[in-house]
Design a protein around this ligand. Structure first.
Ligand code: 2RA
Length: 335
């Protein structure tokens, strides 16, 4: 089936990556409709070598659209996603707006694609840090049942979009020139620094980003898995890394885990410390897979394992996962 696909937020970091991903994966498109705010009207995006004009995302823009992939922020999704559904489109939304709505499937195709069958028009794309963690953990959970996860993230600034990328680039420029280094996007200087805060703090001292990892794991994989997260912003442009410690019900050796990861969908194992082989965000940038390495037995608990998981947050953490959801809707004949 050929689909008419709209990308909402087409001029943003993730929207641009979505368009690139649709092109690279040869998505069965009858037409691409890039949508954005009125400020971007008149601009165009490149798709398959042609300039496609950007239209305004507003009432009426979704008539005739089969699938609308949104990455325009929660505020825009709240208003525009129901409008798009009313006009006949299926929405795949990358914002946080609909993720925990019980009527909305929250999907990582490698983990829970069957949830798509329950959709009522809107499907949510999980948060980047949850996506790469669960792609890695699902094959182990299926075989050994994970009881508890302790995760610390090392998240790239591109998770904050274009202004965050510009802020760190500008900080590097100012530092090199000897000018004062300022910040407005992040609460403190990010260049040469590490910030243990992503998104706002909640009353109990956890951040919203941390609690997304807890709630989304429960919705997507298993409500019984205990998750203890710490989310940290690091001065990396692209690619989130995660140090993950798990406790399982059944024993799993490092050799078994390596074998499972080497066969799992969407995962590349990079794990040979004798050759200094482990994944890093710089090396994995632009790639589709979730990369797993540094596998070690946790000798301090029964059935414990440590792993290091890296993925391109703009790609698998956002654009690619959304495009894969759209591809799966077609393969399951849900469009
Ligand atoms: C971040 N989780 O990395 C966000 C992006 N969705 O800031």
């Amino acid at each position: 089936k050929q689909c008419k696909v709209a990308v909402v937020g087409a001029m943003g970091v993730v929207g641009s990556e979505m368009i690139k991903t649709l092109e690279q994966r040869k998505f069965p498109l009858s037409e691409l409709v890039p949508l954005d705010t009125s400020e971007n009207e008149g601009k165009s995006v490149k798709f398959n070598g042609k300039d496609v004009p950007v239209q305004v995302a507003k009432k009426g823009a979704f008539v005739g659209i089969d699938i609308a992939i949104f990455s325009a922020g929660a505020g825009a999704s709240k208003v525009l996603a129901p409008m798009a559904v009313e006009e006949g489109a299926i929405v795949v939304d990358n914002s946080s707006e609909w993720r925990m709505n019980p009527e909305v499937p929250l999907v990582i195709p490698e983990v829970n694609k069957e949830a798509l069958r329950e959709h009522k028009g809107i499907i949510a794309n999980p948060n980047c840090s949850t996506i790469q963690m669960l792609v890695a953990l699902k094959p182990l959970h299926d075989l050994f049942k994970i009881k508890r996860v302790v995760v610390s993230t090392y998240q790239a600034i591109s998770g904050g979009g274009g202004p965050a990328i510009a802020e760190m680039a500008n900080q590097a420029k100012c530092w090199a020139e000897g000018s004062p280094v300022t910040h407005t996007v992040y609460p403190k200087q990010i260049m040469f620094n590490v910030l243990p805060q992503i998104d706002i703090f909640l009353e109990d001292g956890y951040t919203k980003e941390e609690m997304k990892m807890v709630h989304e794991t429960h919705k997507i994989m298993d409500p019984e898995v205990l998750v203890c997260p710490t989310a940290v912003r690091v001065p990396v442009f692209r690619g989130h890394s995660e140090s993950i410690n798990i406790e399982m019900e059944k024993p799993c050796t490092v050799a078994q885990a390596r074998d499972i990861f080497s066969k799992a969908a969407g995962i590349t194992l990079v794990d040979d410390f004798t050759k200094l082989e482990y994944p890093t965000p710089l090396e994995m940038e632009g790639q589709d897979d979730v990369f797993v390495g540094r596998l070690r037995e946790d000798k301090s608990v029964t059935n414990g394992l440590n792993l290091w998981v890296v993925a391109d947050n703009v790609r698998k953490g956002a654009a690619l996962n959304a495009v894969q959801i759209a591809e799966t809707l077609i393969s399951l004949e849900l469009v």
